[in-house]
Design a binder for this molecule. Structure first.
Ligand code: NCD
Length: 414
């Protein structure tokens, strides 16, 4: 809950663009205007004309804690998030043990709070052990999670998904399907069938549904139809499914990277407003995992540069639309209030970005996972500073707690 004056920025959010200053007091945005005279004793961050956006919110990340510290843990994941411009992350339950009980949820939330870098929210498992056989105690888990998902696995049993949706509706929680059905020759058809089934369960139960990583244009079409019917449904796509084609980036990930034709169709869905949010599906793995072909992309740090380079610089979408997809959209899906815009009364979570070019190398990553098809790529759109509740948690290559302990050491005044 800090105070900070950011001067001389190009402010962009989902609704507007303006040149000006932003004053944060006690962690909340107090004033946004063309010129704010520096109040005494408040630290000043000169933005030098950089873009100032609301900080990003990631609906879909894997920090591997508990269970897989060789891939990632809550500390390295939090640092990677700050480096990527994210101040809020929602973590998936495929840890070991999985997040299917209040004990595991409390362990993650307590540890994340002690680290104190980014705000961590949880998605709880739908079935015990993510085995797809019996439901978790959703009532017991509900106070700790905003949604339920068997991420990494589609819930193939219709009766279980139907029961889960009815309970989620009673509890006021979201069902977050991972729409995948193994054992069909066509992977796209598997995604489409699961989305169609879940939309029908959504219609029958009235439960809120948010569809994970839509990658097939047919699935996006189904979501569009459901939205026309005003069903309570939203969906996300990942940076890699929106920006990369199988022809140029061959990397194992679930769902697989699509053909150029399918990517173009998915981007059309994005432009038409069918996709509500971009979520990273940050899935860090070790080099040994990569050699063994384990699917996943370490993506929370490359999300903004990849989207900026491939979608904004090409004129496909504007920076305001990207801001909606990375901040306001996901914040609304999670039910977070006063987040995702640079407006008075909103939380002082902001990010400063530049048009500068960067090269994706192993050293670029704060994440333990360097598993990405982007190694060696040059991208534009560098996150220069990440601010959480008025406190600078990442600045120009340095992250709070690792490279500096107090933002007053790196910015003027205070
Ligand atoms: C995910 C992971 O590694 O947690 N990997 C991925 O490719 N998206 C799990 C999964 O969805 O298969």
């Amino acid at each position: 809950m800090s105070d900070l004056l950011i001067k001389g920025a190009r402010i962009v959010d989902a609704g507007r663009e303006m040149a000006g200053d932003v004053l944060i007091a006690g962690g909340i945005i107090e004033e946004v205007s063309e010129e704010i005279p520096p109040p005494k004793g408040i630290p000043l961050l000169p933005a030098g004309g950089k873009f100032l956006l609301p900080a990003f919110v990631d609906l879909h990340a894997h920090f591997r804690d508990p269970g897989f510290p060789q891939k990632e843990d809550l500390l390295s994941g939090s640092r990677a998030a700050a480096h990527g411009g994210f101040t809020v992350v929602s973590l998936m339950p495929n840890t070991d043990p999985p997040c299917d009980s209040p004990e595991v949820a409390r362990y993650i939330l307590d540890k994340a709070r002690r680290i104190g870098l980014v705000e961590v929210h949880l998605v709880g498992a739908i079935t015990r052990g993510l085995r797809g056989e019996e439901l978790v105690d959703m009532e017991a888990l509900a106070p700790y999670v905003w949604a339920f998902s068997d991420d990494g696995h589609g819930v193939e049993d219709h009766r279980l998904m139907w029961e889960a949706a009815k309970r989620a509706r009673e509890l006021g929680k979201t069902i977050y399907p991972h729409p995948e059905f193994r054992g069909l020759p066509s992977r796209e058809l598997g995604e489409e069938l699961m989305v169609a089934r879940d939309l029908w369960i959504c219609r029958r139960t009235g439960a809120r549904f948010h569809m994970a990583h839509i990658s097939s244009p047919g699935a996006a079409e189904l979501v569009a139809l459901a939205k026309e019917k005003r069903l309570p449904v939203t969906c996300e796509a990942t940076p890699h499914h929106l920006c990369l084609s199988r022809e140029e980036a061959d990397h194992p990930v679930n769902p697989p990277i699509s053909t150029r034709e399918a990517v173009d169709a998915l981007v059309k869905g994005l432009v038409e407003g069918i996709i509500d949010a971009v979520a990273t599906d940050h899935a860090p793995h070790t080099d040994a995992d990569v050699a063994a072909g384990v699917p996943g992309i370490s993506g929370i740090e490359t999300a903004f540069p990849l989207l900026y380079t491939r979608l904004v610089k090409t004129g496909t979408i504007g920076l305001r639309t990207l801001s909606r997809l990375l901040s306001l959209g996901p914040a609304r899906i999670m039910g977070l209030r006063k987040r995702g815009l640079v407006r008075e009364g909103f939380v002082g979570d902001l990010v400063l970005v530049t048009e500068e070019e960067l090269e994706v190398t192993g050293d670029f990553f704060f994440s333990k996972g360097k598993n990405t098809p982007l190694l060696g790529w040059r991208l534009r759109g560098r996150v220069w500073a990440t601010i959480r509740e008025g406190e600078v948690i990442y600045l120009d290559g340095k992250v709070k707690g690792r490279d500096f302990d107090d933002h007053r050491q790196v910015i003027r005044g205070g």
